[in-house]
Design a protein around this ligand. Structure first.
Ligand SMILES: Cc1ncc(COP(=O)(O)O)c(C=O)c1O
Length: 463
């Protein structure tokens, strides 16, 4: 990553501030593919190694402090190290890690979910969001006797085979490497928000078990979905007797204590959850209609005279996750945490757009709830950041983005004390403060100027 006049100053400053992270990255590449454990953490030339977090901040091995907008990949609505959550984990730690028996905590955890999430008549715990979406699909297929899952291009549902294509590529529905053609053959990918496309897919083969959606749009609203679209999906699926699955792994307990379904009053048949549900510990869950979850129930399946879905998982409802989850969910429902995080994110979006206007950069910051997304306007159209309408975004809107500029933007923000969620934007917690917003806006301005100095900012006009 060099500019015309030699190495980028942004990169040189990043390297100077992160010597120990670089050493660790070099060690890591000898053991871990690309030196990382999650694709989205790939940062060029290398990412920071974190050692500690507290509330809205985190620190790296070189002693640098960051305002953290990665938010534990969305798991930390209450910020790092909430004292009540820590206390719950610590108290459970003293009782044993894994007792390989039923535990009262799992009942309490399920009760919280049942009371907060409108669709969750019954709950089954998993160890991750990926496992939750996989189980939801199996439940949909078993209970409907149909094979096809309809989902939307760019919507992310984890990494198992059935959802591994059509997210960042393979939009034509072909399987990505390592995934069987037969798996892809049982999936139909529809353009985001294309409800008539969904209806056509349902009518076509009469083999659709379920439609699955990220309820506020792909990757937490990068291509937004409106409540009207959700309502229309509910209507279409109900009309044709097809199940509707909301993937609330990110939106659950964040956009409202009852997730997107609680906020918009559109109730799916099945809901997948993870992240916040387990309070920062590993964990996930599927909630949904009793008659569907009954496919996991020994007695109900026997009484109905059909085979039961088998489902195991060594760490399902792990006691530490249950302890953290119960405490987190109770804190969320007893407080304004969701609204506070959303209000801070709104202030941040407004402030970042004002900086873009002041600096004459035709990009935009958009998003809803506690998310913000950075639109870098690859087509260089005329736009006014503070008046940007994100509902116009399509998959094509992101084509041709300047990868080099985006990689530098990420580093520039790190150099200025802000850890974004990749270069795409970030997730705000209830622990973020006005001081965090102020620091971020200053970092944003400095980063844009640094990018401009290196010739990386577009020269498009603002309307
Ligand atoms: C909407 C959505 N679904 C599913 C998943 C997968 O969850 P996990 O990473 O816990 O497997 C994610 C993860 O980011 C997600 O954002």
């Amino acid at each position: 990553m060099a500019d015309g006049a030699g190495e980028s100053r942004i990169l040189a400053e990043y390297r100077a501030r992160t010597r120990r992270s670089r050493e660790l990255h070099e060690k890591a590449t000898r053991l871990l593919p690309s030196g990382i454990v999650h694709d989205s953490r790939r940062t060029l030339p290398y990412g920071i190694y974190a050692v500690r977090g507290a509330a809205s901040r985190k620190w790296d091995v070189d002693g640098n402090e960051y305002v953290d907008y990665y938010g534990g990949h969305g798991a930390l609505l209450l910020g790092h190290q909430h004292p009540d959550v820590l206390q719950a984990i610590q108290s459970q730690l003293g009782k044993g890690l894994h007792l390989a028996a039923s535990n009262e905590l799992e009942i309490e955890w399920a009760r919280c979910i049942h009371e907060m999430v409108p669709s969750a008549e019954r709950v089954r715990f998993t160890s991750s969001g990926t496992e939750a979406t996989q189980l939801a699909m199996r439940l949909a297929r078993a209970s409907s006797g149909r094979s096809r899952i309809v989902r939307f291009q760019t919507h992310f549902h984890g990494w198992h085979d059935q959802v591994a294509f059509g997210v960042t590529e393979h939009f034509d529905g072909s399987p990505s490497v390592g995934v069987l053609q037969q798996v892809a053959d049982n999936t139909t990918l529809i353009a985001p928000n294309d409800v008539s496309g969904v209806e056509r897919a349902i009518a076509k083969g009469r083999d659709v078990a379920a439609v699955m959606v990220e309820p506020i749009g792909s990757s937490s609203g990068a291509i937004p979905t409106s409540p009207e679209v959700l309502g229309a999906l509910r209507e279409v699926t109900q009309k044709h007797g097809v199940l509707l699955i909301f993937d609330e792994v990110v939106t659950g307990f964040r956009v409202s204590p009852g997730g997107a379904q609680g906020l918009y009053g559109v109730i799916p048949d099945l809901t997948t959850m993870a992240k916040i549900v387990a309070g920062g510990m590993p964990g996930g869950a599927v909630g949904g209609r009793k008659d569907i979850l009954d496919w996991l129930d020994f007695e109900a399946a026997a009484a109905a005279g059909h085979e039961r879905i088998s489902h195991q998982g060594t760490h399902n409802a792990h006691p530490l996750s249950a302890a953290a989850g119960i405490t987190t969910l109770n804190l969320i429902r007893a407080s304004d945490a969701c609204m506070k995080a959303s209000a801070t994110a709104a202030a941040l979006r407004d402030g970042m757009n004002e900086v873009l206007e002041e600096e004459g950069v035709p990009w935009a910051i958009y998003g809803e709830h506690s998310f913000f997304h950075i639109y870098t306007n690859p087509a260089r159209t005329s736009l006014r950041p503070t008046a940007f309408d994100a509902s116009t975004l399509r998959i094509e809107s992101f084509k041709g983005k300047n990868e080099s500029a985006l990689a530098k933007l990420r580093l520039a923000m790190l150099v200025n004390g802000v850890d974004l969620k990749g270069w795409r934007g970030g997730i705000v917690s209830a622990a973020h403060t006005q001081a965090d917003v102020d620091l971020t806006l200053e970092a944003w301005r400095r980063s844009l100027r640094a990018l401009r100095d290196e010739g990386e900012l577009p020269r498009a006009t603002m309307v």
